[in-house]
Structures are given as structure tokens and as C-alpha cells.
Design a protein around this ligand. Structure first.
Ligand SMILES: [Zn+2]
Length: 409
């Protein structure tokens, strides 16, 4: 098993104003964790320096004029730096900034999953984690938005289709925010299945369950709009009972993950603290990764590229990155210093939510190919994972749930 960590120190040079949550320390802390764990020297892990995405590659998602705008703003910031003697961040959008090195960093952030895909297609690596910033999933064709400059994952999906002639790419996005830019890019493109589980209503305001895709792409956009307070007890069965059969039906040749860790319970105290956030733990993210990795193994010979999106508590991001890389290498342990979310009074009938989602996406009675036989022992062990609040009714992680996909109509 060979896993690539795709990273470049240029990502530290995309500067943002003081107090901005999407800061270079997110990368420093993540690399720091990997060093402290001695994981950069692990057998099977290779480090790849990302190439810059070309303008032609970016224009498969973004307008040429917008790309030029970012380049020019970076030049303006460099000129301001020279004349003021300090580092400047110029505003691109409400919460999105450009410094002297942003353009270069953003080109490499978009190039990172392309570098990973090239190595996968050459058979040099099995999978990859792209530790990049600026993030991407909010960026739309003509604008940067929500800390994002270029839509890294969307550019990678287009590259897989255009350059390698793949016919089906799946993007899984578990960042707490809906990836409006990714949805918009592929809303009418049936070759890309976009699956997003996110808090709703919440920034950026898109991501309703009813947004299903249009034309030939109807059904290839799956939004899981979850209320604040949602945790493992709802995410895990949704990934198993909605994502897994939808992926099986779509039969992707490559899986990309928008890996944002801001649905972690600790994030609710910081960046998203205005209202209650989500309640996943790092161990909870690990369970979701486990499902995704299994899908990649079953459906597309393990071809899987994870790309960094959000996550603003430094320990949360670093734990998520380390845990994901460990799993891509075949490990099972989560690096989880914070532990489980505190119990809250959370009322959501998981069975009802899932059967409604399965109805909307026509997965009722869907029979998965190569479905692993339920391992009862393992399911019982999994139940001892993240805490399920006693008030949530009814108990959701019952052993039968794995077999539901095999039911006859
Ligand atoms: Zn986010």
C-alpha cells in the first residue's frame, strides 16, 4: 500500500488578516503532528510536491477573467508589501483574501490532487492526502468565496474526466458547510456524483435535500441536510445506508473526498460558535473514512484522493489529517485527543430520516453488488464507539441496518 502526502510549504504563504480562522498554522500543526508521531517516515508513505495547475486545467471550472483577477490581486499585494514593508492581504470577497503568494499557493492547491491522480494512474501510489490551502469547495466559476480561491476538488474531477477519460467520478464532502461551488460545477454533469453531508440551515445557504441535479444529471447530486447537533449516530448510518448504495449504483472509477473537519464537536466552540455546530469526534470521522475507503477498494481499485477543506481548531485539523493518513495507509487507529462530544438533548429519528433519504434517492430495496456479509461481532464492537445520547429515539445502530440494502422490494 503506498499513500502520498501531497504538500508544499507555499501553502503557508497564503496570508490572511489577523484573527481569520483559515490560517497557515492549520498546515503547520498538521505537519507537526505527523512529525511528532514519526509518521512522515512511515513505510508506504511518500511525499509528493504538487505541480501548479495550468490555466487550461483551471478553466474547466473557472472563468479565465476570474483567474486573472486573482493573479492581479496577488501582484497588487506584492506591490503593497514592497511599498509598506509589511505583509498585505487584499480582499477578494467578504471573507476571502489574497496576499502576494496566494496565486502561487492556489495554483498548487489545485494542482495537488492532479499530482496525486497522475501518480495513481501511473501505478506509483494507491491513494493520497492533499494537505492544501486555500481550500476550494465554496469557489464558483466566477468568484472566490468562503475562504476558497479555486475549487481544487472540482478541477481534479474535471481532469480525471478530460485527461484520463474516466466516465464516473464521485465526490464525498463531509465538511460541515455545503460545497456550493462543487454542486454548481457538476449540477448538470451526470459524470460526477456529488454527495455532501452538512449542517443546514447554515453557511453558505445552499444544500437542500431537494437539490438533486438537473437534466441528465438528475439524481447525481445528493445533499444530506442535517440539523445542528448531529453526530456519529446519524452520520454513520447515512454513510452506510445512503452513500454506500448510491456509490455502488453509480459505480465510480475514482473517489475524491472534500475532507473538512469542521463538523467536529470542538469546532462549535470556535469558528462556528454562533450556533450549535455538529458533534462528530475524530474517531467518528475515522468511521466515515473507513466506509469511504471500503467503497474505493470495492468499486475503484482503491483510487481515492482526500483533499483538505475546512477545520479551524488546530488540534481538530491536525488530528483529522493524521487519522486520515493512517487510514489511507491501512491503519485503524484514530488520533483523537479531544474524545467524544458531550451529550446533548438531541432528538432526530434516524430511521425516519434514512428511509426518507432512501426514498428520495430511489435506493429503497437497492441490492448492492459485492456487499460484505454483516459481521455481527464487528457491528457490536462498533456500537461501543462514539456515545449515543440516551434521549435519541429510537436506538439506531442496530445490527440489522447493514442488511437493509439486501432486502427485496
Ligand atoms: Zn467548512
Amino acid at each position: 500500500m503506498t499513500t502520498a502526502l501531497v504538500y508544499d510549504p507555499i501553502f503557508l504563504e497564503h496570508l490572511v488578516p489577523q484573527g481569520h480562522p483559515e490560517r497557515p498554522q492549520r498546515m503547520e500543526m498538521s505537519i507537526g503532528y505527523l512529525k511528532a508521531l514519526n509518521w512522515l517516515e512511515r513505510p508506504g508513505l511518500v511525499q509528493l510536491a504538487p505541480r501548479a495547475a495550468s490555466i487550461d486545467e483551471l478553466t474547466t471550472v473557472h472563468e479565465r477573467e476570474y483567474i486573472r483577477e486573482v493573479e492581479e490581486l496577488s501582484q497588487q499585494a506584492a506591490e503593497a508589501d514592497a511599498s509598506t514593508g509589511t505583509a498585505n492581504s487584499l480582499q477578494l470577497g467578504t471573507d476571502t483574501f489574497v496576499s502576494a503568494k496566494t496565486y502561487e499557493a492556489a495554483l498548487k492547491a489545485a494542482g495537488a490532487p492532479l499530482t496525486a491522480l497522475d501518480a495513481i494512474m501511473k501505478g506509483e501510489i494507491n491513494n493520497a492526502y492533499c494537505l492544501v490551502r486555500p481550500p476550494g469547495h465554496h469557489a464558483v466559476a466566477e468568484a472566490g468565496f468562503g475562504f476558497c480561491i479555486f475549487n481544487n476538488v472540482a478541477v481534479a474531477a474535471r481532469y480525471a474526466l478530460d485527461h484520463y477519460g474516466l466516465e464516473r467520478v464521485m465526490i464525498v464532502d463531509y465538511d460541515v458547510h455545503h460545497g456550493n461551488g462543487t454542486q454548481e460545477t457538476f449540477y448538470a454533469d451526470p459524470r460526477v456524483l456529488y454527495f455532501s453531508a452538512h449542517q443546514f440551515p447554515f453557511f453558505p445557504g445552499t444544500g437542500e435535500t431537494e437539490e438533486l441535479g438537473e437534466g441528465a444529471a438528475h439524481g447525481t447530486n445528493i445533499n444530506i441536510a442535517l440539523p445542528a447537533g448531529s453526530g456519529y449516530e446519524i452520520y454513520e448510518p447515512i454513510f452506510r445506508q445512503v452513500l454506500a448504495p448510491a456509490a455502488d449504483r453509480f459505480n465510480p472509477q475514482l473517489i475524491l473526498v472534500s475532507a473538512g473537519f469542521d463538523a467536529h464537536w470542538k469546532e462549535a466552540e470556535g469558528h462556528t460558535g454562533v450556533q450549535p455546530g455538529m458533534r462528530l469526534s475524530t474517531a467518528g470521522f475515522a468511521k466515515l473514512n473507513e466506509i469511504i475507503i471500503k467503497l474505493a477498494d470495492t468499486l475503484c481499485e482503491g483510487r481515492l484522493i482526500m483533499v483538505q477543506e475546512g477545520g479551524y481548531d488546530l488540534d481538530v485539523v491536525a488530528s483529522g489529517v493524521a487519522t486520515s493518513i493512517n487510514q489511507l495507509l491501512g491503519g485503524v487507529e484514530a488520533v483523537d485527543n479531544y474524545g467524544q462530544a458531550p451529550d446533548i438533548d438531541y432528538q432526530l429519528n434516524t430511521d425516519v430520516v434514512i428511509s426518507e433519504l432512501r426514498r428520495i434517492h430511489q435506493l429503497t430495496g437497492y441490492r448492492m453488488r459485492n456487499q460484505a456479509k454483516p459481521d455481527r461481532e464487528k457491528l457490536l464492537r462498533e456500537m461501543k464507539g462514539p456515545v449515543i445520547t440516551k434521549t435519541s429515539a429510537p436506538e439506531t445502530t442496530h445490527a440489522d441496518s447493514d442488511t437493509c440494502c439486501q432486502d427485496k422490494e
